[in-house]
Design a protein around this ligand. Structure first.
Ligand code: SF4
Ligand code: SF4
Ligand code: SF4
Length: 257
């Protein structure tokens, strides 16, 4: 608990664009309500004075991309009652995972030149690759409404709600015209719902930023994408673009592209 008897919260950033933390700052209409419920004792992006913990709840944004971040996330875990990974980088590796498509030493040399001994880059992984994660808020960025829901649930001691179906479920409920039928490479059938089909509702394909939907039929998605013209490499990259951690899943390894 914080000094004022409210649950203490720490908000942390690893490797990412900081857009998920910014999204918390952007919940202007509810930020004061959140501060009435919890005591944010650590948030370097928003506070001048920050506690070293412990915290009742830690929200961790960003992927683990450096050796030093492994130690950092382990320390946060040790000092936190509940750890919530926020955003695709933290839940699935996210866009920084595009780096995994190339050789890491070659990339380090291209970006930093010969004098790169101080760079401790490692393959991009999600937070759960190194520590236990209690809850995940996927998406790039994470949904503000889901952040509010989880704060409320944790304060009330309730298990947060998580949609257990695909983006297609939301998209069809909104009566959108299916983009797959227009020959566009939509990842909605295999992507976890929760964004209210944001992209298809605005005429853009789902890029899979919320990660795999439970029990999604990946083989069927591969078949459909190839049938409408995607190359095997297009399909493979679609699955991994936001979610490099998918490459480690047995279902992915068994896929025929
Ligand atoms: S999930 Fe997206 S918005 Fe959030 S930190 Fe990563 S890149 Fe930025
Ligand atoms: S547009 Fe995409 S998300 Fe919507 S129903 Fe078609 S495949 Fe599913
Ligand atoms: S529609 Fe797909 S890409 Fe767009 S926000 Fe939702 S999960 Fe992410």
């Amino acid at each position: 608990m914080g000094d004022n008897g409210k649950p203490s919260v720490g908000i942390f950033g690893l490797t990412g664009c900081a857009g998920c933390q910014l999204n918390i700052l952007n919940i202007e209409d509810h930020l004061l309500d959140i501060l009435n419920l919890v005591d944010i004792t650590t948030w370097v992006m928003a506070k001048q004075e920050n506690s070293e913990g412990p915290w009742d709840v830690a929200f961790v944004e960003g992927s683990v991309a450096k050796k030093s971040e492994i130690e950092r996330v382990k320390k946060i875990r040790e000092k936190s009652g509940v750890l919530v990974a926020i955003g695709a980088c933290a839940t699935h590796g996210g866009l920084p995972g595009l780096r995994n498509f190339r050789d890491i030493s070659e990339m380090t040399q291209i970006v930093y030149g010969e004098n790169n001994d101080h760079i401790d880059a490692i393959p991009i992984k999600p937070v759960s690759a190194y520590v236990d994660v209690d809850y995940e808020l996927p998406g790039c960025p994470m949904e503000k409404t889901e952040f509010l829901e989880i704060v409320k649930s944790l304060v009330m001691g309730k298990r947060p709600y998580s949609a257990q179906y695909s983006v297609c479920g939301e998209c069809k409920a909104l009566e959108n015209i299916c983009l797959l039928k227009e020959g566009k490479f939509c990842m909605g059938p295999v992507t976890q719902a929760g964004c209210n089909a944001l992209c298809p509702s605005n005429g853009a394909v789902c890029e899979g930023c919320r990660g795999p939907a439970p029990e999604a039929n990946w083989a069927a998605e591969v078949k459909i994408l190839k049938k409408i013209g995607a190359t095997p490499e297009d399909v493979r990259r679609k699955f991994l673009k936001y979610c490099p951690s998918v490459a480690e899943m047995p279902e992915f390894k068994e896929l025929e592209f």
